[in-house]
Design a protein around this ligand. Structure first.
Ligand code: SF4
Length: 92
């Protein structure tokens, strides 16, 4: 299958996703939280001063502050997915 044309229901199945650490700076019980980011798009809410690693990641956030066991549940492909909308969506 050509990944350029493939569409994924869940970002975890897509080669363009990355799971990053996203510990909650205010809750030690959630210091193992994760986030899913999309490597095809820049982080349009980039905040290098944020306490959250997802905000400081260069890639667009699909879902932040996820408990590790909920990654697939929270990893549904968003409406702005560039694979769903074609090359012009990279401005989203
Ligand atoms: S948003 Fe689309 S391209 Fe990005 S990781 Fe998810 S499925 Fe892949």
């Amino acid at each position: 299958m050509n990944h350029q044309l493939a569409k994924y229901e869940n970002c975890l199945d897509c080669p363009n996703h990355e799971v990053i650490n996203d510990p909650d700076p205010h809750d030690s019980f959630c210091d193992d939280d994760k986030a899913i980011v999309c490597k095809l798009l820049p982080n349009n809410r980039l905040d290098l001063n944020s306490g959250y690693l997802a905000d400081r990641n260069p890639h667009k956030i699909v879902a932040p502050s996820i408990r590790p066991y909920n990654l697939r549940k929270e990893g549904g492909s968003p409406v702005w997915c560039p694979l769903k909308q074609g090359p012009s969506s990279e401005k989203a």
